[in-house]
Design a protein around this ligand. Structure first.
Ligand code: ZN
Length: 336
């Protein structure tokens, strides 16, 4: 654990076969825990051990340390699975927004939010038997990963539902909670203007792009969220859900927007270059990432599909179906 700002501690849950996770403690006499990390025994034990160190740190100085609540940034299993165990161990009240609470209520509500809709599914046409079997196996694999590695644990009723855009009092100070969709539709952020500290969850990470993919993410919403972060008065420090803290928020946010624009231009240019035949998401992925490993390509395909979705909605590209394949073409500009 380390103190990343006066009175704010970062506990990192190290992962094997999974990304490490950040959980933050806003210490004080009426403090809060932001995000709950994984729910498997090992992670929770690791967390509680580090939590004790913070508690002792205050005890030694004879400063009152009392954490009363826990809240999560969004309904992804690497951030909410520890809710039950941690709140039980420390006697905390669980506070969630309605969107998050509805999603993590049980296995059915959680899985429903990840069902690919027709639109995205059509991008994967080719519904052969092998493909279907592969999908069943993959679902089974995902469930196993959720259970074993993430230690997923659902929650049928939080102690308190909080509005998505509201304020919360932490140690007598006012923090604002606001909706920040993009990476996931239920995502919220926490900000204190006086400190200039923003808890960004998975929307802003240091050094790398966050995952954006169907069916959950939305690029337009994501861009609006990043722009909203840019407008936060006096923003000094971003505390993300994975990796290092961000001490140069302005540069980081500008870089994200530039990278998103570059990616979009890259896709438009590729489609223009192949405007005779059009390109499928798979072909685009291969052209843009010719040498990357399969895993990287699967992740890359996700943002490519999302970008195609955005461009199609804006009317700058269109699809045609040829030989059971969906191909995308630029829409000719009539003014040219
Ligand atoms: Zn996430």
């Amino acid at each position: 654990m380390k103190q990343v700002y006066h009175g704010i501690f970062l506990i990192e849950e190290k992962g094997i076969f999974r990304p490490s996770d950040n959980i933050f403690i806003i210490a004080g006499k009426d403090g809060i825990i932001f995000d709950a990390g994984y729910g498997n025994k090992r992670s929770v034990r690791q967390f509680l051990k580090k939590y004790k160190l913070i508690e002792n740190h205050y005890k030694k100085q004879k400063i009152k340390f009392r954490i009363t609540r826990i809240i999560v940034s969004h309904a992804h299993s690497d951030h909410f699975s520890g809710l039950n165990e941690i709140s039980n161990a420390l006697g905390l009240k669980i506070i969630l927004t309605k969107n998050i609470a509805d999603k993590i209520r049980d296995k059915i509500s959680f899985n429903k939010s990840f069902q690919v809709n027709d639109y995205e599914d059509n991008l994967r046409l080719n519904k052969s038997v092998i493909r279907r079997i592969w999908r069943i196996l993959r679902n089974w694999g995902e469930q196993t990963v959720y259970k074993r590695i993430f230690g997923i644990s659902y929650l049928n009723k939080p102690d308190e539902i909080i509005e998505e855009n509201s304020v919360i009092w932490i140690n007598g100070e006012e923090w604002s909670i606001f909706a920040s969709p993009g990476h996931s539709p239920d995502h919220i952020s926490l900000y204190n203007e006086e400190k200039g500290v923003l808890f960004s969850g998975d929307n802003v990470l240091n050094m790398r792009s966050t995952w954006l993919g169907p069916p959950e993410s939305n690029i337009d919403e994501y861009l609006a969220t990043i722009q909203r972060f840019q407008k936060l008065p006096k923003l000094e420090l971003i505390l993300p859900a994975h990796g290092d803290i961000i001490e140069n928020p302005k540069d980081t946010l500008t870089a994200i927007l530039e990278r998103m624009k570059e990616r979009e231009d890259q896709i438009i240019n590729m489609l223009k270059r192949h405007s005779e035949d059009g390109l499928s998401p798979e072909q685009l992925t291969k052209i843009i990432y010719p040498k990357e490993r399969k895993f990287i390509r699967i992740i890359a395909r996700d943002w490519i599909v999302l970008t195609l979705k955005k461009l199609e909605k804006e009317g700058s590209i269109e699809r045609k179906i040829m030989r059971k394949k969906i191909l995308f073409l630029p829409v000719e500009d009539k003014n040219e």
